[in-house]
Design a protein around this ligand. Structure first.
Ligand SMILES: [Zn+2]
Ligand SMILES: [Zn+2]
Length: 180
């Protein structure tokens, strides 16, 4: 199986350094993806902004991302936003993906130690970013949540779950991707 060609799409006002780092880590740390960063920034639609929650409605952003990247020559599109994202019924989400689809998004907002009142730690922040990116890409590859706490497909209820898990797929999840 060849590598999966992924476009990393910056959404709105997101750190270019972080997006570049994510692109590099996806290429270097995993042998599954071939990632490229888009040099065009896609603005976040203000229609998706909920002023009461001060968050963006993730499904709205995902839909736009999918539509604008329809004709691009990539297997998967991963949007990266700095903004905090939500779906109805949840306080926040780290990311969202189309199960077995083409598009996914992640938010960097709650991956920063500063968000939890802790000291800035770029290494930790980047590792969390990689985990959330691989997790959402895993959903686009048809994977559901995994019960193995160490597997990247384990559901992160909080950042502590994210820190517990690895950035890689467990052998069972990996096998399911290969079989797809
Ligand atoms: Zn998930
Ligand atoms: Zn797994």
């Amino acid at each position: 199986m060849g590598r999966i060609k992924v476009l990393i799409q910056p959404l709105g006002d997101v750190s270019e350094e972080a997006v570049l780092k994510l692109t590099e880590m996806l290429n270097v740390k995993l042998d599954l993806f071939e990632a490229y960063m888009s040099n065009r920034r896609l603005p976040l639609s203000e229609k998706a902004y909920n002023p009461l929650r001060r968050q963006y409605h993730s499904p709205h952003i995902l839909k736009i991302l999918c539509r604008v990247s329809e004709n691009l020559d990539f297997d998967r599109i991963l949007g990266v936003a700095e903004a905090d994202l939500y779906v109805r019924g949840l306080n926040f989400i780290f990311g969202e993906a189309q199960l077995g689809g083409r598009c996914a998004i992640i938010s960097l907002c709650r991956l920063k130690p500063e968000f939890y009142g802790e000291r800035s730690d770029k290494k930790l922040f980047y590792l969390r970013m990689l985990k959330e990116a691989v997790h959402e890409l895993g959903h686009t590859l048809g994977l559901n949540h995994c019960r193995n706490m160490k597997c990247v497909m384990y559901f992160s209820n909080s950042i502590w779950d994210t820190d517990m898990k690895d950035y890689r797929f467990c052998s069972q999840c990996r096998e399911k991707i290969i079989l797809n």
